[in-house]
Every structure is written in C-alpha cells, then in structure tokens.
Design a protein around this ligand. Structure first.
Ligand SMILES: [Zn+2]
Ligand SMILES: [Zn+2]
Length: 298
C-alpha cells in the first residue's frame, strides 16, 4: 500500500491557492476547497493569477491531491425549472473552475426532489449532468463525485442503490464518481463501526457501484446515531462512529490511493484539524504510509 492522502477542507479566504498554505501548515498532503464563495450563485471571473499561483505552490508545498466541493445552493434534482437551470449553470461553472485548477474531482450533493418523488429527482440530476457533459468536452478530466447523504427528508443519494440509479442515467459514466462521507453513511444506516458492518458496507459498495467508482472519502465522526439521518459532523473518535470505523478504512488496501478529507468543526487556528489528523495517523498500522510531516517523531 502506498502513502495515504490525508487532509481537510480549508478556507479559501485570500484566494483559492491560500488553502494550499493552510493544508501545508497542518502537515497534510491533501486538501478540499470551494473554488468560489459557496453561498453565492455566481462567482467572480476565474483569477488567472491565483490559478498560476496554485499550480506553482501545490507541488512546492507537497500537496499531492486536491478536491473541490460544489456550492450548497445547487439542487440538480429540483422540479422547478428556474432553480434547476440556475443549478445546472452553477454546477457547470464549478466544473470549469475546478478544471482551471486541475482539480480532478468535484463533490456534489445530489439534491432534493422537494416532493416530486425519487424517480423524478433522479432523472433531473442525470439530465443536468448530461447537459453539462455535452457542453464542457474540454473538462473530461474533472468529474462530478456524487456524495452519499445522511438521508433527511427528500434528499437524494441516501443510499448506494440511489447513487447507482443516478449514475445509470448518466450517458458518459467516466465523468461521474462518488464521495463516501463517513458521517452521512453512518447516519443513513451503514454501520461502519463494527468489523462485520464495515465489511458488509464495502460489499454493498462493490455490488452497487464498484470500488473504482469511489474517488474520495470524507472523514467525519457522527453526532447522530446509526440510521438517525442526522448530518452533524464531530471530531474523530468523539462521535457515534468512534475510532474503529476510521481504523477500518485507513488500513484497508482497497482504498489505496483514495484521499480522506476532514470536514470537522474548527477555528481559524486549525488546531482541531491538527488534532484530528493526529488521531487518524495514530490508527494507521504501517507508519510508512503516513504523510511525512504527520509521522510521529521518534
Ligand atoms: Zn458535502
Ligand atoms: Zn461530506
């Protein structure tokens, strides 16, 4: 097994490339970013200076992997035409921005059907992705990763079969993958905490998606109990999943090369990220796989 790619979601205050400095400051070798303010529909034009700085600083700081997360406003499952078109344009922009930064994966919440039903919502998501793929042929190396969701209300992507149903309707399936969020998976009912539950979950991933469809992990402990549908991220080892759930994933050769990113609560000092990264590294059986800066000092 190779080196682990470990990191956290980092702020882009001061420019997207500033997230690289933050990732390096906690000695991580992977990072998740927004490529624009995630609470606005339309961002400023792509800042070419920042893009150039990103391409120079990323290798210089030893950041081996970066992923972006699409805006929370986007709802490709919406039955309302105006919101759907706005969402489609916004996700297209996410892909184009990520591509400029050579980011291979854009994590997307599949969306909420807001009452129109699962089948209608799934068809809307796939139709939006098919359109986006058709109009961005230059961006084939930046793909959408549908995130598994905690399963509240009308939100789609609440289980692996539903992620499969979306992907089934995508014409160019090379341009979609999935993101497995530990908190969401647990909250929606997958018991990754126990040995047997974890093995059963991986078997389900294999059955519905194929392991190669998984492009990124989000590492969050869960405030909510198994099957609670509660999407509340807490520090590693302090939630219902506990250290064992993360131990399984970290030491499983089937995830070799797949990055694992924290989205846990934190302050600007990033102390909590450092703490959670240290907790994860303490669970890694082969110390040679720990990113160099995070290896325990001997
Ligand atoms: Zn997310
Ligand atoms: Zn997540």
């Amino acid at each position: 097994m190779g080196l682990l790619f470990l990191g956290a979601h980092m702020s882009i205050a001061g420019g997207v490339s500033q997230a690289l400095e933050r990732a390096a400051s906690v000695h991580s070798n992977a990072v998740q970013v927004f490529t624009k303010n995630n609470r606005q529909w339309v961002g400023p034009p792509i800042n070419e200076e920042d893009v150039a700085r990103w391409h120079e600083r990323k290798p210089a700081l030893g950041i081996a992997y970066a992923v972006s997360h699409a805006s929370y406003l986007i709802n490709l499952a919406s039955p309302k035409d105006d919101l759907w078109e706005k969402s489609r344009a916004a996700h297209q922009d996410e892909i184009v921005r990520a591509h400029a930064y050579a980011i291979p994966h854009v994590v997307l919440h599949p969306g909420s059907h807001t009452g129109s039903g699962d089948a209608a919502g799934i068809a809307r998501i796939a139709a939006a992705l098919n359109h986006i793929h058709a109009v961005t042929p230059e961006c084939t190396d930046t793909i959408t990763c549908l995130e598994i969701m905690a399963g509240q209300g009308n939100v789609l992507g609440r289980n692996l079969a539903q992620l499969r149903a979306i992907i089934d309707q995508v014409e160019d399936q090379r341009r979609v993958g999935v993101c497995l969020d530990t908190c969401h998976a647990y909250a929606t009912g997958y018991d990754i905490r126990s040995d047997a539950g974890y093995e059963a979950f991986v078997a389900e991933v294999e059955r519905w998606l194929g392991l190669e469809t998984v492009k990124v992990w989000h590492f969050n402990d869960s405030k909510g109990a198994l099957g609670s549908n509660l999407d509340r991220h807490v520090h590693i080892g302090e939630g219902e999943i506990g250290a064992d759930g993360f131990r399984h994933i970290l030491n499983d050769p089937r995830w070799d090369g797949i990055a694992m990113l924290l989205e846990t609560p934190k302050e600007e000092t990033l102390e909590e990220d450092a703490m959670n990264l240290a907790r994860l590294c303490a669970l890694v059986e082969d110390a040679a796989r720990i990113p160099p800066g995070l290896r325990p000092q001997v």
